[in-house]
Design a protein around this ligand. Structure first.
Ligand SMILES: *Cc1c(COP(=O)(O)O)cnc(C)c1O
Length: 422
């Protein structure tokens, strides 16, 4: 099946007289005829369903669909993107280990890596994604267990050189984990460029309608866990009758371990109803992503040529530093643009408050156009000097282009820019 077809048909194929649409199985548990049968499922948890803290038919249909869209051997949904990032690392790193990450990642991920992981004893070594191979190689230590980056970084909107980082990670016997939230598999399939694990906040484009917060981890099945650095995947798991994940589950070792150990213990599994809503979003992902890209490039070009705009960051613009990388990795540059309006904080706020169609909200990747002013909203604890250090100018606006008619979106932007005085 081609991508568009998978969006609609992967994960659920009804049999004779069964519901056309994936049913919402909103049940915590499943009944069995005999104690013996229940016992056998405890011995082999992937055989059947026992409890919705780690598996549920509606969620599993979505997991199978996302695995198909990314080209992985398996996927596991979580209650948020944050939970997906957390578990993707905890599945292979523990106290005393380190991970390497580019600095250009989602703010919530920075908090998780720099502060919370530190408390858990996992060190994060942040590197500049433009550093040379030699410099990046130097960041590896014997205890390094993963390399992390975002396909299109939120909010920096830079493009990650997946092939290069996969090569460097693999030379050190370490998997590459890629957060593919902003690109989605419609625009980039990181596994095809060497990524081993792909994660998402499904709260963004995958859902698209702003109706569920969720995340997902996808396993490519390609990483060799027997390389000597990951005994937890190879040696017997005492908490599961001495099972070896690699021996028993082969290519799906990582994702099955994540479910059997981490989902069992942390319990961050989404509700069936949320998975049902996410599935509706996924059904139209291919067509929506195409339109987001078409609308966004028009808005980016309009802004680039506007006298009241100081600079525009959008990897789809030929003038953008990441244009060439974008051409290599992306089928389109997605729907989020950031730009700096002349006049700083005051004009940015006036622009935001004048917009009528675009709504002011702490979200991106909504089906409706929305805007955010980092300096006064998400990053308001920072002083103007700290903002500059973080790469955020006081006049920066993050503009998430929606699926309204492009003329209406442009008219709204033009009207609000006309209203600001420099
Ligand atoms: C939003 C976001 C997250 C966190 O996802 P939640 O669903 O909000 O927990 C992680 N990575 C990226 C790139 C994001 O945009």
């Amino acid at each position: 099946m081609e991508f568009e077809t998978k969006c609609l048909h992967s994960g659920y194929t009804p049999k004779n007289t069964e519901p056309r649409v994936v049913p919402i199985v909103q049940s915590t548990t499943y009944v069995y005829d005999s104690t013996e049968e229940v016992a056998s499922v405890f011995d082999e948890p992937t055989k059947s369903l026992i409890y919705s803290r780690f598996a549920n038919p509606t969620v599993m249909a979505v997991e199978e669909k996302i695995a198909a869209l990314e080209g992985g051997v398996g996927a596991m949904c979580t209650t948020s993107g944050q939970a997906a990032t957390l578990l993707s690392i905890l599945n292979i790193a523990r106290a005393g280990d380190s991970i390497i990450s580019t600095g250009e990642i989602y703010g919530g991920t920075v908090n998780l890596f720099a502060y919370t992981f530190k408390k858990l004893g996992i060190e994060t070594i942040f590197i500049d994604k433009n550093a040379s191979d030699e410099e990046i190689m130097k960041a590896f230590k014997p205890n390094t267990k993963a390399v992390f980056g975002e396909t299109i970084a939120n909010p920096a909107l830079t493009v990650f050189d997946i092939e290069r980082f996969a090569r460097i990670a693999h030379a050190n016997n370490v998997p590459l984990i890629v957060d593919n939230t902003f690109a989605t598999p419609a625009l980039c399939r990181p596994i095809e460029f060497g990524a081993d694990i792909v994660i998402h906040s499904t709260s963004k484009y995958m859902d698209g309608h702003a109706v569920q917060v969720g995340g997902v981890i996808v396993d490519s099945g390609n990483f060799d866990w027997t390389c000597g650095k990951f005994p937890e995947l190879v040696e017997p798991d005492e908490s599961y009758h001495g099972i070896s994940y690699v021996e028993t589950y082969g290519k799906a070792a990582y994702i099955i371990k994540a479910r059997m150990q981490l989902m069992r213990d942390f319990g961050v599994y989404p509700a069936a109803h949320s998975a049902f809503l996410l599935n509706l979003g996924l059904e139209t992902l291919a067509v929506r992503m195409q339109r987001y890209c078409e609308n966004a490039i028009k808005v980016a070009k309009f802004l680039e040529n506007h006298e009241k705009v100081q600079s525009v960051k959008y990897p789809g613009l030929e003038s953008d530093v990441d244009y060439e990388l974008g051409k290599k990795y992306l089928k389109g540059a997605s729907g989020v643009i950031s730009f700096v309006i002349k006049g700083g904080r005051e004009t940015a706020m006036k622009f935001m408050d004048t917009l009528k169609l675009a709504s002011n909200e702490v979200h991106v990747a909504d089906i409706r156009t929305c805007v955010l002013h980092p300096a006064s909203e998400t990053h308001r604890q920072l002083t103007d000097e700290q903002l500059v250090a973080a790469g955020i100018e006081a006049g920066m606006v993050r503009f998430s282009v929606g699926l309204e008619n492009i003329d209406d979106i442009l008219a709204d932007v033009k009207m609000a820019l006309d209203a600001v005085e420099l």
